[in-house]
Every structure is written in C-alpha cells, then in structure tokens.
Design a protein around this ligand. Structure first.
Ligand SMILES: NC(=O)c1ccc[n+]([C@@H]2O[C@H](COP(=O)([O-])OP(=O)(O)OC[C@H]3O[C@@H](n4cnc5c(N)ncnc54)[C@H](OP(=O)(O)O)[C@@H]3O)[C@@H](O)[C@H]2O)c1
Length: 243
C-alpha cells in the first residue's frame, strides 16, 4: 500500500515513520507544510497513492480532500482543531470515499469511552468532571479528545449537561466541569470523575508515548483499505463493548 502522510515532518509524522518497519505492506511518502500546498496534486498524480493519512493542521484539509474525493482515495484523518465547516466537509467526503476520522487513535481512549457509557447508565445523577492535560506546545484547547469525551458523556444523559470551564460560584446541577491544563511535555492525560456528595469514581487514561496514536492510525489505515465509502471511527475498528 502506497501511503501519503500529510504532516510528515511533524512530531506525529516522525512517530509514524519510526513505526513503519512493523508494517511491511506499507510504503510511505510525505510532505511538509511548505512542500505540501504546491506539490500535493503532483505527488498524488505521479505516485499512485492508495491512501492519505493526515496528522497536520486543519488548514491542510482543503489541499487534499477534494482531490481524494475526485480520485476515490481513502483517507485517515487524525488532525484536531477543525471548524464545524471543516467537520461537515469531512462528513460529506465520506459519502464518496472510505474515510476514518478520530480525534484520538489510542485504543485506551476508545475503551475509556465504553466505560463512560456504562457510567452514564450506572450513575445518571452524578456530577461529572473532565480533566484535559497536554504538553505546552499543543495548539488547540480543549483538545479534540476532550471534545470527543464530552460528546460521549452527553450522549445517554437524560438531561443535557452544560459545559463549564470557568466556574466562579456555586456548582449547579446538570453541569459538566472541564479542567484544561497545558503542562511541560505531557503526551496526554484525561480523567472523567463521576461524583455524588458521598463518593466518587475516577476513570483515568494516560498516554505514555505518541507511538500509541501512530499505531492506532496505521492499524486504521490497513483496516480501511478494502472498505466501502463511509464514515468510520474507532468503534468500527475495535467494536462497541458497552452493552
Ligand atoms: N488523532 C490523534 O490520535 C492525534 C494524536 C496526536 C496528535 N494529533 C493531532 O495531529 C496534528 C499534528 O500533531 P503534531 O504534534 O505532529 O504537530 P506538529 O509537530 O506541529 O506537526 C505538524 C505537521 O503538519 C505540517 N503542516 C502544518 N501546516 C500544514 C499545511 N497547511 N499543509 C500541510 N502540512 C502542514 C507541518 O509541516 P512543517 O514542518 O513544514 O511546518 C508538520 O509536518 C495536531 O492536530 C494534533 O492535535 C492527533
């Protein structure tokens, strides 16, 4: 499989390259930001790319997605921080090509989401807090992972929770309190705490290394190759174990 990596020179691009020896079926090529805007269609035209894997910046999307749709090239998109309009463009593209999107390619975060669904069933009245901790160079806050966890927490609650990130007074019912920190070189830490006045349960995921995300994205790329057009997520790759 001939893979084009968008964001080849970035931290995740380098993590992907260091894992490629474990995927002998993949040959990869890539472009940095400066090369990308001018060269993407040349590379796509001349090198017979089978799949595009994007770990870059949101503004790279428009430079390859229309081409991928026109030429039926499957895409795995891992970049975070997209606008609603860009997320809609991703959804629309998936009507024509196989498209895998996840704000977090860690299997552990997928498992955490399944546990959250269970907690929503078991503790529907509890207060919920979410912590989102990443390194100081992270461009977006809250993280794409935090937004995805909020969506999972919200789904299945009888009453919608308002997300509060700057609490100043008394805590009201039906609030989800979000605590964002950008600290040192933390790869990623997310905790979801369900609490009543009597007790609390904390679900915590710690990513030790970026290799974790790189492996998930490469597994998704291999898995996506023979799929029909559609919008695929980690639940399709690893299954939904909530029930
Ligand atoms: N889904 C997940 O599991 C997951 C996990 C980790 C990170 N991420 C996300 O992945 C993205 C990249 O993270 P990173 O830590 O690797 O960032 P990074 O180190 O800043 O690297 C960004 C890369 O994107 C390239 N780039 C920037 N703007 C571009 C453009 N307009 N067109 C094409 N390429 C462009 C950069 O090229 P230059 O070197 O030329 O600037 C660089 O190669 C972020 O959105 C991050 O949140 C997702």
């Amino acid at each position: 499989m001939q893979l084009l990596i968008v964001g080849y020179t970035g931290k995740m691009g380098i993590a992907i390259q260091s894992l490629l020896k474990q995927y002998p079926q993949i040959e990869a090529t890539g472009l940095s930001r400066h090369e990308h805007l001018n060269c993407v269609s040349n590379i796509l035209d001349t090198q017979g790319i089978d799949l595009i894997l994007d770990f870059s910046k949101p503004d790279a999307l428009g430079s390859y997605l229309p081409y991928a749709v026109t030429h039926h090239i499957p895409c795995v998109i891992a970049t975070t921080g997209y606008s609603d309009e860009q997320l809609l463009a991703i959804r629309t593209a998936s009507e024509t090509i196989p498209l895998f999107y996840s704000a977090n390619f860690s299997k552990g975060i997928h498992v955490l989401k399944q546990l959250i669904k269970k907690m929503n069933d078991l503790c529907p009245e509890d207060h919920v807090d979410l912590t989102d901790i990443h390194h100081i160079h992270k461009a977006d806050a809250p993280s794409g992972t935090a937004k995805a966890l909020i969506e999972t927490i919200q789904t299945g609650r009888a009453q919608a929770l308002s997300v509060i990130s700057d609490q100043t007074g008394l805590r009201a019912d039906h609030e989800l309190h979000l605590h964002v920190s950008r600290l040192g070189s933390v790869v990623g830490e997310h905790s979801v705490i369900y609490s009543s006045e009597l007790e609390a349960i904390e679900l915590k995921h710690t990513a030790y290394t970026k290799t974790n995300f790189a492996k998930g994205a490469l597994d998704a790329a291999v898995w996506l190759m023979d799929k029909e057009p559609g919008y695929y997520t980690m639940e399709d790759l690893y299954g939904n174990v909530s029930k």
